[in-house]
Design a protein around this ligand. Structure first.
Ligand SMILES: NC(=O)C1=CN([C@@H]2O[C@H](COP(=O)(O)OP(=O)(O)OC[C@H]3O[C@@H](n4cnc5c(N)ncnc54)[C@H](OP(=O)(O)O)[C@@H]3O)[C@@H](O)[C@H]2O)C=CC1
Ligand SMILES: CC(=O)[C@@H](O)[C@H](O)COP(=O)(O)O
Ligand SMILES: [Mn+2]
Length: 392
């Protein structure tokens, strides 16, 4: 048997992707990157391929294919481009584990194909579970695949649950930093800038999730993700604000005990744990020194200031394609905000207006999610344009 686990990194050029390649390089006897996938950053993909020598490198943006092919053909590295090539790569024999580190809805199709092909999944792309958690869970029931979460909170919960009977779990307590606007007043939120919103207090991440942290929709997404990953009903999942991001989440058990997982805010740890199949691989990277922290604080979330947290409960209660609509509208709104076409508070307004306009589907199949995503994006685009026109 090949001693090295063969890994496909979807989104290798992003924040999680780059850290995944760090871990692969840290344990060369255990891991090998056989497939690398990027969106548009062809130069970084080429340099990663030169270093890691995968069998295949894929770029989503087809216009960049000639650049990729010309750079990697002399090295004997196969190349491809486009969304179908990414999804097809999930079935390859030289892939054991797929790290889903692309951002947004684009993670859904390759993750489903990887599950159908029986691959192990290290899941960073939480949007997959937000958009279609029920469908993903059903597909997992008919596959030898297992998902190990990479999202720090879900990795923490997974670690807390190890060795426990699931029937003894009373509550999941998902910690939230509170984001860059935790201490701002509601009135101030109408004038915050993109730069303010990108200044996450603890984590260095891609732009989209950083804005989701600023609106705290990230926490709603994580509640939905937890509901599907752990099979826990929403009334037993709570967000707890913890500004230091040292406790990554907690599980309360029926005997009154609460287990927590702690660490510095560094995604290398959950990525390492997931790649190691939920085992502990020794590292020389810096760890937690609790004596460096004056205090660890915990608060109830302010849902008046951050009403998007409650979108999780609304989406799970209403079910169907609701969370798919929220995700699509949010992707469009966050992009418009990052390009300064709408303001921070318009993100929430865009999601709400889009939810009103997209028809509800109670029991969506895969094609319904695809159609919902397309329609919701178009409608959200119109809402952001009319908000932009008002702003001018
Ligand atoms: N960053 C973090 O610490 C955490 C992230 N996550 C989740 O992990 C996922 C990745 O986040 P993050 O790494 O921050 O994001 P980044 O924006 O840093 O990276 C996104 C990656 O996805 C690629 N990509 C974008 N669109 C496509 C597409 N259509 N097809 C293929 N690849 C695409 C990008 O390629 P390119 O840059 O080449 O265009 C890039 O490699 C998200 O779902 C996020 O919520 C979860 C917990 C923590
Ligand atoms: C690192 C990680 O898992 C992020 O999802 C992080 O949790 C974001 O921070 P917030 O707690 O501010 O949303
Ligand atoms: Mn998280």
């Amino acid at each position: 048997m090949d001693p090295q686990k063969k890994i496909a990194v979807l989104g290798s050029t992003g924040s999680i992707g780059v850290q995944t390649l760090d871990i692969i390089a840290e344990y060369p006897d255990r891991f090998r990157a056989t497939v690398l996938v990027a969106g548009r950053n062809v130069e970084l993909l080429i340099s990663q391929a030169r270093q890691h020598r995968p069998n295949l490198a894929v770029i989503a943006d087809e216009s960049l294919y000639p650049t990729l092919r010309d750079a990697l053909a002399p090295l004997g590295i196969e190349t491809a481009a486009g969304a179908d090539a990414i999804t097809d790569a999930m079935e390859r024999d030289d892939v054991d584990t797929v790290v889903t580190a692309t951002v947004g809805y684009s993670g859904l199709a390759p993750t489903l194909r990887a599950i159908d092909a029986g691959k192990q999944i290290a899941l960073a792309n939480k949007e997959t579970m937000v958009v279609a958690g029920e469908l993903v869970t059903r597909r997992l029931d008919n596959s030898p695949s297992r998902i190990i979460p990479v999202d720090s909170e879900h990795s923490a919960i997974y670690q807390c649950m190890a060795g426990e009977e699931s029937s003894t779990v009373k509550k999941l307590l998902i910690t939230a930093s509170g984001g860059p606007f935790r201490t701002r007043s509601i009135d101030e939120l109408s004038s915050v800038t993109v730069r303010d919103a990108l200044a996450h207090p603890n984590w260095s991440m891609g732009a989209k999730i950083t804005i989701d942290s600023a609106t705290m929709l990230n926490k709603a997404f994580e509640i939905i993700e937890a509901r599907w990953l752990f099979g826990i009903t929403p009334d037993r999942i709570e967000a707890v604000v913890h500004p230091q991001s040292i406790v990554h989440s907690m599980v309360e058990f029926t005997d009154g005990s609460v287990k927590a997982q702690l660490g510095i805010p560094d995604m290398h740890l959950p990525i390492r744990y997931a790649l190691g199949d939920a085992s502990r691989l020794a590292t020389n990277r810096p760890g937690l020194r609790l004596q460096d922290y004056d205090r660890l604080e915990f608060f109830r979330p302010d849902t008046e200031k951050f009403p998007l947290i409650n979108m999780a409960y609304y989406a799970l209660e209403r079910g169907g394609n609701t969370a798919c609509v929220i995700n699509a509208a949010n992707e469009i709104a966050v992009d418009a905000f990052l390009h300064e076409r709408i303001g921070y508070l318009d993100i929430q307004r865009t999601i709400e207006s889009t939810l009103n306009d997209v028809p509800f589907i109670a029991s969506p199949g895969y094609d319904d999610y695809v159609a919902t995503n397309t329609l919701a994006r178009r409608i959200a685009e119109e809402h952001t344009k009319s908000r932009f026109d008002k702003k001018r």
